[in-house]
Design a protein around this ligand. Structure first.
Ligand SMILES: C[S@@+](CC[C@H](N)C(=O)[O-])C[C@H]1O[C@@H](n2cnc3c(N)ncnc32)[C@H](O)[C@@H]1O
Length: 241
């Protein structure tokens, strides 16, 4: 699993660079009132614990899981009071029945996120709830306008995600879009940061084309000594149907 190796590689730098991810996790965490933070919960793709740290203390059991040993280690150090396990989120068998399934910034990396959601649903109690956030189409629109082949991920729209969640057997009761703009001194620093977050755009062009692209990025998307990068997200809370 290439992407997990990427996250293993960046576990120590992730927190310093991943402010957009932290912002998305803060937003998702704010959707659960303190009174709701109870029962049996499992979080998938918990990483270094951006969402976990905002949801604990939790009354009941809170199991944070991640497939990357290095990310999990950093998360466990940050949030030592809940349980942690190394798990592939696509194989959640045996974790349930849980009252909550939580996940921030994971599902968009899966080839078939619907399959994972269906598997999660199987582990949920009949009245179980799902709270998820994903990055959607429009993320890195600046880079992709100049170099469409740069990212491996197939970005989906919010409408597509809603359909995937419904088809997996959930009824959404809250859905919102989210947008974040990050700023970097220059396009090269943006690309370095993206690598440092484990997102590793594909090396699809030679050094000459890359230099030209970065120059254009600086020119077109630079203002006042910085360049911008757009992040778009989609958040949902949904009940097991
Ligand atoms: C972008 S990070 C997000 C981490 C955290 N949820 C956050 O919001 O900062 C994605 C995380 O998903 C994990 N991951 C990727 N594929 C996974 C899989 N198949 N099963 C479990 N975790 C996975 C990575 O190791 C990484 O920690």
């Amino acid at each position: 699993m290439n992407e997990i190796r990427n996250f293993d590689r960046v576990a120590d730098s992730y927190d310093q660079l991943a402010e957009p991810q932290a912002a998305l996790a803060r937003t998702l965490a704010s959707w659960l009132t303190p009174a709701e933070r109870r029962g049996r919960a499992v979080e998938f793709g918990a990483g270094t614990g951006f969402l976990t740290q905002r949801l604990v203390p939790w009354i009941g059991t809170y199991l944070a899981t991640d497939a990357s040993p290095a990310m999990k280690l950093v998360g466990q150090t940050r949030c030592p009071f809940n349980a942690w396990a190394r798990r592939d989120a696509r194989m959640p068998e045996g974790l349930g029945p849980v009252n909550w399934v939580l996940s921030c910034n994971l599902l968009q990396w899966f080839e078939d996120p619907g399959l994972a959601l269906k598997a999660w649903r199987e582990e949920m109690a009949p009245d179980g709830e799902l709270a998820v956030a994903v990055l959607v189409r429009g993320t890195f629109s600046e880079l992709l306008a100049l170099l469409p082949e740069a990212m491996q991920v197939r970005w989906r729209s919010g409408a597509e995600w809603e359909q995937i969640v419904r088809d997996a057997g959930f009824v959404p009761n809250r859905i919102e879009r989210w947008e974040y703009t990050s700023k970097y001194p220059c396009a090269r620093d943006f690309l370095r940061a993206v690598h440092g977050m484990g997102l590793a755009p594909r090396r699809v062009v030679g050094p000459g084309k890359l230099r030209t692209t970065l120059g254009l990025y600086d020119e077109i998307f630079g203002v006042g000594g910085t360049v911008r990068a757009t992040w778009r997200g989609w958040l949902a809370r949904a009940r097991r149907a």
